[in-house]
Design a protein around this ligand. Structure first.
Ligand code: TRP
Length: 485
């Protein structure tokens, strides 16, 4: 057996974990679901999910990893026995990494294409109507999607092959500081935008305004898992390379806080620009790829703003993708494989699974597979293309179920001496006062909330009931237009 790899420092671990958490979820997805759900109230609900469910579970995941120094499947085998049913959690994690990475690589591919378009100053030559057409063409272009997603998977594979210290740590130590600097520069830039865009954005994001729909809670919780990289063992795996000195609560808190701050900053940057030029804010994938580039050309120094924005998005995607690939790779390494062979095998397998995602927007795919019931029609009938189904399957099922199992496992199945010892490390006290509250939230509160969400998702609890509850709580839906005009 090779010796287990370790992070070079605590900072490296925090940067890697934050790099995993901060990704397309924060900068591409969070702003458009925030807009879709009307702003302030949704942000509040999301913050609530992060604090009540996300924080306890991220600590629980890191704890299982650090306690065993193993990847998900092997970790559960060690803690619960070789034939324990809890193992399903680890296996689901490996499956989820395939599902998530396969569509993640496609979106990251669009991002890379947009970096190229920004660098060649293509946007400034386009008319407002062209932006939608452009994205539509990219979405439906199988060759282009395959080309970029292949390069993206190649880059991810290259970094993971380098190992924990020589690959992942090196990459995050360069990319994360650059990412944060770009974010700050873009924020500063948005302060001076015309039309009070900045203040309108701040109000939209921070002032709760009713306007919430019951479905928002499903979305907020699913996204809390996705954005913190929870529920499939990514944080567990990163935690397994951690020394026995780090305070897990503090580490989890810093990562969750960084992730949240970046998500909010992304909203400020994007909405400031959209409100400053009174652009039509896209409610879906199109926000960042259609609506925003259209306004970039009006921003002073728009060329640089566009280039830095898409580069930022690319770096964020890359540091997340490496954590997604590391999970199945670590699984094979714990089975005795060497890193190169494990990375290559998993990288190529995931790349193969990503092909249908890359092609599923094209007319060719939709024509060819029209009669292939199993891919487009038979599962999750109303959930869009193959690509959309993968996102839905992961964010709404695999991650919440995985998170539920992790919380229950740490709450009830893990040896309680080991658990409290793991929690104490690095706190400098034998009886940390936050241990009991953390345990209560991990074992009781999170599982209850997650279970309710799963029951709603499964249709066992009626969605209308949830709607009524929210209407009572926050008032009826207000016109979104009113807020941003
Ligand atoms: N958290 C990342 C984002 O917000 C995506 C991600 C990376 C992820 N690793 C994960 C999501 C593991 C779920 C599980 O974009």
């Amino acid at each position: 057996m090779q010796e287990r790899e370790q992070w070079g420092s605590r900072l490296a671990f925090v940067l890697a974990a934050a790099g995993s958490a901060i990704g397309l979820g924060n900068i591409w997805k969070f702003p458009y679901i925030t807009f879709e759900n009307g702003g302030g109230s949704f942000v509040l609900l999301y913050l609530f999910c992060i604090a009540i469910v996300g924080l306890p579970v991220i600590i629980a995941e890191m704890m299982i990893g650090r306690a065993t120094k193993k990847s998900p499947v092997a970790a559960i085998e060690e803690l619960a026995g070789k034939n324990s049913p809890w193992k399903i959690m680890g296996i689901m994690g490996v499956a989820a990494s395939f599902i998530i990475l396969s569509f993640y690589a496609v979106v990251a591919g669009w991002v890379m294409h947009y970096v190229y378009l920004a660098l060649t100053d293509t946007f400034s030559t386009m008319k407002p109507d062209d932006f939608g057409t452009l994205f539509g063409k990219i979405y439906a272009n199988p060759g282009l999607n395959l080309f970029w997603s292949t390069i993206f998977m190649g880059a991810t594979l290259f970094i993971v092959m380098g190992g924990v210290k020589g690959g992942i740590e090196k990459a995050v130590k360069i990319l994360m500081p650059v990412l944060i600097v770009i974010m700050v520069l873009l924020i500063i830039n948005s302060i001076w935008l015309p039309n009070d865009g900045f203040m309108k954005a701040i109000k939209f994001i921070f002032i709760p305004n009713g306007g919430l729909h019951g479905a928002a809670i499903l979305e907020a919780l699913g996204h809390a898992f996705f954005t913190l990289s929870l529920g499939m063992g990514a944080m567990l795996t990163y935690g397994s390379y951690l020394d026995d000195k780090t305070d897990l609560f503090k580490a989890g808190l810093i990562v969750a806080a960084l992730d949240t701050v970046i998500a909010i900053m992304a909203c400020i940057i994007i909405f400031s620009i959209m409100f400053a030029y009174e652009g039509e804010v896209g409610k879906s994938v199109g926000l960042v790829f259609i609506s925003l580039p259209q306004e970039f050309i009006k921003v002073p120094g728009g060329f640089f703003v566009a280039v830095s924005f898409f580069l930022l998005l690319f770096f964020a995607a890359l540091t997340s993708a490496i954590s997604l690939l590391e999970v199945p790779v670590a699984y094979l390494i714990d089975k005795g494989w060497d890193r190169n062979k494990a990375s290559f095998t998993m990288g190529v397998s995931i790349w193969l699974v990503s092909i249908p995602c890359a092609l599923s927007g094209s007319a060719w795919w939709q024509g060819t597979f029209k009669n292939f019931g199993f891919l487009e029609d038979s599962f999750f009938k109303n959930k869009g293309t193959f690509f959309d189904k993968m996102d839905y399957l992961a964010s709404n099922w695999f991650l919440p179920v995985g998170g539920l199992l992790i919380a229950l496992f740490v709450g009830f199945a893990m040896n309680h001496v080991l658990r409290s010892d793991q929690f104490k490390i690095g706190t400098g006290t034998q009886r940390p006062i936050h241990y009991k509250p953390w345990l209560f939230f991990t074992a009781i509160i999170s599982p209850i909330i997650i279970s309710i969400i799963i029951l709603i998702e499964a249709g066992i609890i009626d969605k209308n009931l949830v709607n009524q509850f929210f209407d009572g709580l926050l008032g009826n839906k207000t016109e979104i237009k009113q807020i941003h005009k």
